[in-house]
Design a protein around this ligand. Structure first.
Ligand SMILES: Cc1cc2nc3c(=O)[nH]c(=O)nc-3n(C[C@H](O)[C@H](O)[C@H](O)COP(=O)(O)OP(=O)(O)OC[C@H]3O[C@@H](n4cnc5c(N)ncnc54)[C@H](O)[C@@H]3O)c2cc1C
Length: 555
C-alpha cells in the first residue's frame, strides 16, 4: 500500500518531539542504527532551554573523573541518591535512578566519541555533599566554548542564552571575586585577553548550553538520515489500539500525519510558559513570566500523552532560581551573588528562612514553605562594593536602579524595612542574630557555609566562614525577589527505558518521554549542577536505543 493510501503523509523510524539536550542526543543515538530519524521543533530555533542554559551535566562516576584523580563510583552515586531521596513517592523513580546511574556515564562517553569536548567543573561540589556518597570535588561536566561560524549559514538556527561573555567553568565563580582575590583578578585578565584574541580571529563564540547544543546541532546537520524541522509543532499523537503509531505536526500551515515505525520520543520540555498548567500544578502564587525557560516550554505534548492514557505525576516543584525583575522588565537570577557574605534573604517579618548559599531548588522550596513569595534580599554596602549583583558589576550602584525602585537604599535598617514594607523590629532582630552567626562562623539556624557546595560561591577571603558576613555597614540595600525557575518538574511517568506507562504502570508501546516533560528522577531534590540536562540526555539516549533495539556495543 502506498503511503498516502495508508493515511500517512510521511514515514520515519523514530520521531523526536523537541530539540533540547535529550532530543538532540536521542536523534544522534537513533541515527546510529537508522537513516529515517525526524526531529521536530515547535519554535523557530533548535536548542530549547538547554541551549539557553549553563549546559552542565551532573554525572556520577563519569569517565572524566578518574583522569583528574577524583574518587567516585556507581555505588557512591547510588548511596548519595538514596540519602537524598528517602521515601520518594514518585512512581518508578527508584528504577529511573538506577537507569540514570548505569547510563549517564555512557552518555558522556557517547558525546566524547562524537567529538564533543567536555571537561570537568572542578570544585563544583554536589549540592548536599555532606550526605553519604556526596562528592565535594564534583560530578559535573561542561562542553567547551563553540564558534558559531562552525554552523555556517545555519548559525541563526541555534537558540542561545543571555550570558554576556563566553565564560566557561570556573569563570563564573572566579570572576565574581575579581575585586577580592588574585584568582579572580587573573580570571578577569585572562578573559579580557581571550575575548580580544577571539575578536581578532573573527570568532563568534558561545558558551555553556549554547556550546553544547551548537556542537550537537552541527553533528545532526552532518548526519545522514536525520531530518530536522523548526516551526513544526506536534499537535497530537496518533494511537491505534494500544500503540502510538506517529504524530500529527503542524508544518507550513498544514496538519501532517507522520508515522514512526519504531517509536515517538516526547522531549518537549516542561510547562513553565503555560499559565493554566502552572495554576493547576504549581504552588501559588505562580507566574509564567517568572520563568527563564524557552518560550516554547508550553507543555502541549504532556497533555496530549495524558489524553492518550499516559500516567502523570506532578508534585508542585520546579528547578527554582531566586530571581528579580530589572527596571527594563527583564529577569535576572541570583545564585553566585546570593551566596556571598553580607547578604541575607528575608520574609515580610524580616526573618531569614533558608540557607542563602545552598541549593537553588531548595531556596525556592523554602520560599514557598515560608510563605515568602515575594521575599527580600538585604545587602550590606560591602556586598555592593565587593561583588556583582545580577548583571551589575561590583562598585557603584547606578542611581537609576534606586530611582526606578528596583533597589531600595537606606542609611538604617529601620528605614530600609519601611521602604520595603518589612517588619522593622523583625528585621533588626533577625539581622542581630545573623550578625552573631557571622562572627562565630556558625549559622545555627540554616547551617549556611557548613557544606562544600555552600562555599563554592562564597568569598574565601572572608573568615571564619566564607558565606557569612555581617549586615552592619550602611548604606543598606534591598531587592524584591521571587521564585523564578529554569524548568518545571513533573510530567509523564516513564520506566527505566524511558517508556511512558499507562495508569496501570504498563508501557504504552511506541511512546517514550525524557527531560522536563517526564516525572522527576530525583524527587524533590537537585543533587548537583547539571542534574536536569544529564537527566534529559540520559533518558533521550535510553529511549533512542530501546526504540531502535540497539545493544550496548558502542557505549
Ligand atoms: C538560564 C538557564 C540555565 C540553566 N542551567 C542549567 C545547567 O547548567 N544544567 C542543567 O542541568 N540545567 C540547567 N538549566 C535547566 C535546563 O536547561 C532544563 O531543565 C533542560 O535543558 C530541559 O531539557 P529538555 O530537553 O526537557 O527541554 P528543552 O531543552 O527546553 O527542549 C524542549 C524543546 O521542545 C520544544 N517543544 C515544546 N513543545 C513542542 C511541540 N509540541 N512540538 C515540537 N517541539 C516542542 C521546545 O520548544 C524546546 O525547544 C538551565 C535553564 C536555564 C533557562
Amino acid at each position: 500500500m502506498k503511503l498516502a493510501e495508508s493515511g500517512w503523509d510521511e514515514q520515519f523510524d523514530f520521531i523526536v518531539v523537541g530539540s533540547g539536550g535529550g532530543g538532540m542526543v536521542a536523534a544522534l543515538a537513533a541515527a546510529e542504527s537508522s537513516e529515517k530519524v525526524l526531529l521536530l521543533e515547535s519554535t523557530d530555533k533548535f536548542g530549547g532551554s538547554t541551549g539557553m542554559s549553563g549546559g552542565i551535566l551532573w554525572v556520577p562516576n563519569n569517565p572524566l573523573q578518574a583522569g583528574d584523580g577524583v574518587e567516585d563510583s556507581r555505588d557512591a552515586g547510588a548511596a548519595y541518591l538514596d540519602a537524598l531521596t528517602p521515601n520518594d513517592p514518585t512512581p518508578l523513580a527508584a528504577e529511573r535512578r538506577e537507569a540514570f546511574l548505569d547510563t549517564a556515564p555512557q552518555v558522556v562517553n557517547f558525546m566524547l566519541r562524537k567529538g564533543i569536548p567536555l571537561k570537568r567543573c572542578e570544585g563544583w561540589s554536589d549540592y548536599h555533599d555532606e550526605l553519604p556518597g556526596g562528592c565535594a570535588r564534583g560530578r559535573s561536566v561542561i562542553a567547551d566554548n563553540f564558534d558559531l561560524r562552525e554552523l555556517g549559514d545555519k548559525a541563526d538556527k541555534l537558540r542561545v542564552g543571555n550570558f554576556p561573555l563566553p565564560v566557561t567553568w570556573p569563570g563564573p565563580r572566579d570572576l565574581a571575586l575579581i575585586r577580592r582575590t588574585f584568582r579572580g583578578f587573573m580570571a578577569g585578565v585572562k578573559l579580557s585577553a581571550y575575548v580580544a584574541w577571539m575578536k581578532i580571529r573573527g570568532a563568534r563564540l558561545v558558551s555553556m548550553g549554547a556550546a553544547l547544543q551548537g556542537r550537537m546541532l552541527k553533528l545532526i546537520y552532518a548526519t545522514r538520515g536525520i531530518d530536522l524541522r523548526t516551526e513544526a509543532p506536534v499537535v497530537d499523537l496518533v494511537k491505534e489500539g494500544e500503540r502510538v503509531m506517529g504524530v500529527i505536526a503542524q508544518i507550513g500551515g498544514k496538519q501532517t500525519r507522520i508515522r514512526a515505525s519504531r517509536g515517538v520520543l516526547i522531549c518537549s520540555g516542561g510547562f513553565a510558559r503555560n499559565q493554566d498548567m502552572r495554576d493547576e500544578y504549581m504552588p501559588k502564587p505562580t507566574h509564567d513570566d517568572w520563568s527563564h525557560t524557552n518560550a516554547g516550554d508550553l507543555g502541549g505534548p504532556i497533555a496530549m500523552a495524558m489524553e492518550k492514557g499516559a500516567q502523570s505525576y506532578f508534585d508542585g516543584n520546579a528547578i527554582w532560581l531566586v530571581s528579580s525583575r530589572n527596571p527594563d522588565g527583564s529577569k535576572v537570577f541570583h545564585l553566585n551573588d546570593l551566596a556571598k557574605p553580607h547578604c541575607i534573604m528575608v520574609d515580610r517579618q524580616g526573618r531569614r528562612f533558608s540557607d542563602e548559599s545552598g541549593s537553588y531548588m531548595q531556596n525556592g522550596l523554602n520560599m514557598y514553605a515560608a510563605g515568602a513569595v515575594p521575599a527580600w534580599v538585604v545587602l550590606d554596602s560591602r556586598h555592593r562594593s565587593r561583588y556583582p549583583w545580577g548583571i551589575m558589576l561590583p562598585g557603584k550602584t547606578p542611581d537609576a536602579l534606586i530611582a526606578s525602585g528596583y533597589m531600595k537604599k537606606a542609611e538604617t535598617l529601620e528605614d530600609l524595612a519601611r521602604q520595603c514594607g518589612i517588619d522593622a523590629n523583625g528585621l533588626k532582630q533577625g539581622v542581630d542574630r545573623f550578625n552573631g552567626f557571622a562572627r562565630t562562623g556558625v549559622d545555627e539556624d540554616f547551617q549556611r557555609g557548613a557544606n562544600s557546595y555552600d562555599k563554592v560561591f562564597g568569598d574565601p577571603s572572608v573568615k571564619p566562614n566564607p558565606c557569612l558576613g555581617t549586615i552592619e555597614k550602611a548604606p543598606f540595600y534591598a531587592i524584591e525577589v521571587f521564585p523564578g525557575d529554569v524548568g518545571t518538574v513533573g510530567g509523564l511517568v516513564v520506566d527505566r527505558h524511558a517508556r511512558v506507562v499507562d495508569g496501570q504502570g504498563t508501557p504504552i508501546p511506541g511512546l517514550y518521554a525524557a527531560g522536563n516533560c517526564a516525572a522527576p528522577i530525583f524527587g524533590r531534590t537537585y543533587p548537583g549542577a547539571g542534574a536536569s540536562i544529564a537527566g534529559t540526555c540520559t533518558f533521550g539516549y535510553l529511549a533512542a536505543r530501546h526504540a531502535m533495539g540497539a545493544n550496548d556495543a558502542h557505549a
